[in-house]
Design a protein around this ligand. Structure first.
Ligand code: ARG
Length: 458
């Protein structure tokens, strides 16, 4: 008989040491200690309400749990791998401290509903923190947009210069991505905000537990509706990882833009020295390592998402031990995303746009679309106008000139419809301001968008 295991009664051999090492999870799920204890306290209250425990027993258990929590917070708790997981470590210690009555805590509860509850509580806390970090990053982006409404930069498609835009427009574009990410986290939060406690191992429990009372005490807004489903479900964690993954993908795009922009060849931005690193061999180097690592770490978060997807694939109803593999990917994604959000906010706050370089690049051929549109306004079908200005572009390239340097005579050689006012178009800021449709890059529009961004609060 294996005396030192909770299930020892049924077994005739000691657990193999290898199995203890292979199956333990306390080395990582101790991260759940605080929510686990919070949950046990709520469960104790429900047991009391159901008259499964007396006042005195419940009080002893709750006091014992608080004293354990205090020691864990102080770092005075010895986690034992041979006790397998966070749940059993806490329970074992409780009995050590308060005696036999500690053994009543696990009445009408299974680790299956326990761990599902812990994980949801944990994610609720983490989502709140992540939403806060996303908000801080958006604030930094809005602030930069507010500081730079007059700077014009070339907009790119295919990484080829396309049309001039306001730099503020670019900051606000990334802000939009982080708004969508925030909404995804909020959505995930709402869906996972249901208490599985009282579902037992799979079928519910045979004590009159008031699950709604437990849920209220734990701050859940609902209870889960089907005990089989609730103990088998990890979609909420998968959804969370997907939201992390998409946010990381967005961060990686922003990181990539900034890495390119900080290169000598572009020279559009200066990154703060204190957020860059040097080379151990080349004295000339200032490397954007924080941005590169954000870009690189995107891979691990996608990996976390794929890992959990694969764990869930084909898993039979209801709980299977495979589900223990949900935790490390989630903890990894949480750590990685939070660090990346903080790093990116710092970079944005310290970013110095180099206006001259941006504006020098914003003109010239990117003005071509507007010359074509000028002809369209004079009645030329767009396709013909496109051809005419296409020839003009190749003329400019051949002559080694810039579009801005063209004279009216030169323009007229391509179409007699060009007049004096066409020359006024040959300026990036003018061209940008003509794009005044809702959501466009005109200064008036940008000001409106910044105004809205400053008002938005979630
Ligand atoms: N450490 C386990 C997990 O994370 C707790 C649940 C164990 N349940 C069981 N039936 N063995 O999934």
């Amino acid at each position: 008989m294996s005396e030192n295991k909770p299930w020892g009664g049924r077994f005739s051999e000691q657990t193999d040491k290898f199995v203890e090492e292979f199956t333990e999870s306390v080395s990582f799920d101790k991260e759940l200690a605080e929510v686990d204890i919070k949950q046990s306290i709520a469960h104790t209250k429900t047991l009391l309400k159901a008259k499964v425990l007396t006042e005195d027993e419940a009080q002893k258990i709750i006091d014992g749990l608080y004293s354990i929590l205090e020691d864990i917070k102080k770092g005075n708790f010895e986690w034992k791998r041979e006790v397998e997981d966070v749940h059993m470590n806490v329970e074992r210690e409780l009995t050590n401290r308060i005696g036999r009555v500690g053994g009543k805590l696990h009445t009408a509860r299974s680790r299956n509903d326990q761990v599902a509850t812990d994980f949801r509580l944990y994610l609720k806390g983490q989502i709140k923190e992540i939403i806060g970090l996303l908000k801080a990053l958006r604030k930094a982006l809005t602030q930069k947009a507010e500081e730079t409404p007059d700077i014009i930069v070339s907009g790119y498609t295919h990484l080829q210069k396309a049309q001039p835009i306001r730099l503020a427009h670019w900051f606000l574009a990334y802000r939009e991505m982080f708004i969508r990410d925030t909404q995804r986290f909020l959505d995930t939060y709402r869906r996972l905000d249901a208490s599985p406690l009282g579902c037992g191992a799979l079928a519910g429990v045979d004590f009159p537990l008031d699950r709604f009372y437990t849920a209220r005490n734990l701050g859940f807004s609902r209870v889960t509706r089907n005990s089989l489903s609730a103990t088998a479900d990890r979609d909420f964690a998968l959804e969370f990882l997907n939201a992390c993954n998409i946010t990381m993908l967005h961060l990686s795009r922003l990181a990539e833009d900034l890495i390119i922009w900080a290169s000598e060849e572009f020279g559009y931005v200066d990154l703060p020295d204190k957020l860059c690193t040097g080379s151990s061999i080349m004295p000339n180097k200032k490397n954007p390592d924080v941005l590169e690592l954000i870009r690189g770490k995107t891979g691990r978060v996608l990996g976390d998402y794929v890992a959990l997807s694969t764990v869930l694939k084909g898993l039979p109803m209801a709980y299977n031990r495979d589900l223990q593999e949900d935790k490390e990917p989630v903890f990894d994604a949480v750590r990685t995303l939070k660090g990346s959000l903080i790093g990116m906010r710092k970079i944005i706050e310290g970013l110095k746009p180099k206006r001259e370089r941006m504006e020098e690049n914003a003109g010239n051929l990117t003005l071509a679309t507007d010359l074509a549109n000028y002809l369209v306004q004079k009645g030329v079908p767009f396709r013909e106008a496109h051809q005419i200005v296409g020839k003009l572009v190749s003329y400019v390239l051949q002559k080694g000139k810039r579009m801005e340097d063209l004279s009216l005579e030169e323009l007229k050689e391509f179409s007699s419809l060009f007049g004096e006012d066409a020359l006024l178009l040959l300026k990036p800021s003018v061209v940008a301001d003509r794009r005044a449709t809702y959501g466009g890059t005109a200064k008036k529009e940008i000001k409106r968008q910044i105004g809205n961004a400053l008002k938005e609060d979630f």
